[in-house]
Design a protein around this ligand. Structure first.
Ligand code: AMP
Ligand code: ZN
Length: 468
């Protein structure tokens, strides 16, 4: 596989440190709100990378943190008159609901800042000992001048960086680029932990250095996140970790481009965002996932309803192909492959290689998705009621394998449905007949809240349950 490495600005052959287990760290959300579709991009993209690596037989140890101490969390807690931990607990739970809906697998570990405070303090102490950090009135700053490679990830030199940062000069810092590793408590009611420098809490960047090292080791294979993290977050992580270990923090740095609105980054601070939670009220989560992987992760996407509608139509085509094959599997008369099918099958199965080539070219999910649609076209033209079961089975297997790697069509149709669900479905059919669409929609929403989706097809209603 070739991966574009932000550190070298080149596509490089991916060579794992340990063939038995690939180690990946993805910067996770700051949990003070639901996540928006821009945040969903790294979660889904790097989950797809993981799914692909696992498909190719690798074990992947995948760590995605929760930033559960932060100014925004504290602000929100103050506004609502609750504890910061209540805010973060709530949005961690909500993260899992949306991520699961998008078929994002749980990480191997989801460590939190608050659970790793001893390690964070210890890491900072070691940086102070080595001269890479200094104290000013209970705050600890990283001494950027001491780390000669500072700026290597974002390709900026210290002079440029310094003059940029000088605008908001903090006289307590030795150097304008120095950043906080530890922040002293400002008021008694502010959440804090005891440390050798008094009560306080960690700065943002230190957590990822600590958790990446603690759970994955000093040098890991892949460290990833959105491209706004290149500077300062990942630059600072490198400074912190590499100063201590003298080894690379990660061999490959991957960054996804933004989801924009009118060519501007979607962000909570600008207020131009769409929560995944709200989009899911209108669209099937798999539509959203398909939308997110239909572009290459290093190309920006301008968010629009039109693109989501395209994804919706595309997903319907995938669903149709699947349902058709299932129909022919149930009705095929011949079991054995027919002579004229052999050559055809061989040709169609080549799509698998093409799919893998796309995925191995720096995770080109856009091309991989196109290959799947070529496969669908071939399936639609070659599967008929005269096809043998063996032929359809082979195509079905390939199709489900590839869409599975992309994390699509993961919902299972319910075989056994609760009596109460059936009664509601029946009532909805009746309401629709009577053109009482209000009631019909109510029932659909009620079932949706239970994780059950209804799909109206020409053969009747399909009852689908979210599953993984
Ligand atoms: P945050 O919760 O703000 O730390 O963001 C979580 C992840 O979402 C990080 O990897 C960010 O880089 C990423 N991210 C934030 N906004 C966008 C956006 N508009 N498009 C793509 N990724 C984003
Ligand atoms: Zn991070």
């Amino acid at each position: 596989m070739r991966i574009y490495n932000t550190l070298t600005r080149k596509k490089e052959e991916f060579v794992p440190i340990d063939e038995k287990e690939i180690k990946v760290y993805v910067c996770g959300p700051t949990v003070y709100n639901y996540f928006h579709i821009g945040n969903a991009r790294p979660f889904v993209v790097f989950d797809t990378l993981r799914k692909y690596l696992e498909y190719r037989g690798y074990n992947v140890k995948y760590v995605q943190n929760f930033t559960d101490v932060d100014d925004k969390i504290i602000k929100r807690a103050k506004e609502e008159g609750i504890q910061a931990s209540e805010v973060s607990e709530k949005y961690i739970e909500e993260y899992f609901k949306d991520a699961e809906a998008l078929n994002v697998k749980h990480a191997t570990l989801h460590p939190r800042v608050t659970e790793n405070m001893t390690d964070i303090i210890c890491f900072i102490e070691r940086l102070i000992e080595k001269g890479y950090a200094y104290e000013v009135d209970g705050d600890i700053y990283y001494n950027t001048a001491k780390f000669s490679e500072y700026g290597k990830l974002s390709r900026q030199n210290m002079q440029e960086l310094d003059s940029g940062a000088r605008i908001e000069v903090d006289t307590r810092k030795r150097n304008p680029m120095d950043f906080a590793l530890w922040k002293a408590q400002k008021s008694d009611d502010e959440i804090s932990w005891k440390s050798p420098w008094g009560k306080g809490r960690p700065g943002w960047h230190i957590e990822c250095s600590v958790m990446s090292t603690k759970f994955l080791g000093e040098t890991i294979d892949i460290h990833a996140g959105g491209q706004d993290l290149i500077f300062p977050h990942h630059e600072n992580e490198i400074a912190q970790s590499e100063a201590l270990t003298g080894k690379p923090l990660a061999n490959y740095w991957m960054h996804n481009e933004f989801i924009n609105i009118d060519n501007e980054k979607m962000s909570k601070s600008k207020g131009n965002f769409f929560m995944v939670r709200d989009i899911l009220k209108e669209y099937d989560p798999e539509v959203v996932r398909l939308f997110l992987i239909s572009g290459h992760y290093r190309s920006p996407i301008n968010f629009s309803r039109e693109l989501i509608m395209q994804a919706k139509n595309s997903l319907a085509r995938l669903n149709n192909a699947k349902t058709n094959m299932e129909h022919y599997l149930n009705t095929a008369k011949d079991f054995e492959l027919l002579p004229e099918e052999s050559a055809k099958l061989k040709g169609i199965l080549r799509h698998k290689e093409r799919f893998c080539e796309a995925m191995e070219d720096d995770l080109n999910t856009a091309d991989a998705v196109s290959v799947v649609f070529e496969l669908v076209r071939d399936i639609n033209t070659s599967v008929t009621d005269k096809s043998s079961k063996a032929f359809v089975q082979e195509l079905y297997r390939l199709f489900t394998e590839l869409v599975g790697v992309l994390g699509l069509l993961q919902k299972e149709e319910i075989q056994e449905v609760d009596e109460s669900v059936l009664i509601l479905v029946e009532e909805r059919q009746q309401a629709r007949k009577e053109k009482n669409f209000k009631r019909a929609d109510e029932i659909r929403d009620e079932l949706k809240a239970k994780g059950i989706t209804l799909e109206d097809t020409s053969q009747g209603v399909r009852i689908i349950k979210s599953g993984h």
